[in-house]
Write a protein that binds this ligand. Sequence first.
Ligand SMILES: Cc1ncc(COP(=O)(O)O)c(C=O)c1O
Length: 398
Amino acid sequence: MSLPPSQALAAPPEPLGDRLDELWALDPSLTFLNHGSFGAVPRAVRRAFVALQERIEARPIEHIDRRLGELLAPSRARTAALLGVEPDSFGFVVNATEGVNAVLQSLEFAPGDELLTTSHVYNAVRNAMRYRARRTGARYVEVEVPLPLSDLDAVVDTLAARLTPRTRLVVLDQVTSPTALVFPVARVAALCAERGVPLLVDGAHVPGMLDVDVDALGCTYWTGNLHKWCCAPKGSAVLWVAPERRADVHPLAVSHLLDQGFAREFDWQGTRDVAAWATIADALAFFDEFGWERVRAHNRALAWFAHDLWCERWQVAPIVPREHAREVFMATVPLPEAIARRYESPAAFQRALYAEDRIEVPILEFGGRWHARASAQLYNRPADYERLADAVARRAAG
Ligand SMILES: Cc1ncc(COP(=O)(O)O)c(C=O)c1O
């Protein structure tokens, strides 16, 4: 089965400028289709980052000690506005993994308690939940949300059916990593509130991608990366906590500022390089130049161009109806079955594409089927996705 014949393939968007790839330092010999994993920092943002490190190194005590709050203030204010939260309601963390771990460590679990999530969970988060469960005698519970998925709201019913009086925490991805879907977090938050269970939303991919109002989602905890779609330097992420739970959540590295305010406590987790956090404001300013709505419209349209192109070229069915999940800058598409017969593992196929075709794209297994995940950022062009379409089709044909 492929796309229904009545549906025309999505057209690629107009690029937002000429040679935008030159604004990034990515190797021009690579076709880079994996912005989603670690982001990529524009040259201008890197320059701001390095300049800031030099400023800090010129007067370390002044910047890291006496003026830390001042140094972080522009990033704090811009991040708050981007996410729809109060500036002192979130702490900076190095990445979403750390945000999740800080929440897990701050909660008490007893033998028999349950930590619930779905099969679309990011593997590092799965491991963090399993580890915490193992250390406390709690149970890690993962509910299957199989593909293809005809209605994303099914996630709410699936979780509702697995909530028990022993459920102490639900973890839900807002944008899923392996499958690039937008899960109905506000509806799950309402369900969790009704059952009195805290909800941790993993919004790793959300900042910059979705127009989000974290305060209004109704969740208990929310973490997200600014080093992915906002292109801030690596090590830029936040953890937001609802006001009534804020006093109970502490950073993984408890340090001098214990109990001196949620945001301040996270700002100081021992001596560390704070330049990435302080450069978030510069990364956001980089996208201001293009206009956020234009960036979002471009990246979404390009991801969906890739989606339709690959489905059509490989004669595979989409994992969700095409009207769903059009808000994201990524698309996950099943590979032709022949690929899995020719390569030992998804990783082996990914390596072959990199070594032989100079294409960097994540290949992953989900629900017993291999998939490719497209990412779309301003530097990508439709021809990038055509290259992967051809490389896969050629190998599938033998
Ligand atoms: C859904 C999700 N959660 C968490 C993470 C972890 O992000 P980080 O490696 O920045 O901690 C990722 C990274 O891709 C992700 O996709």
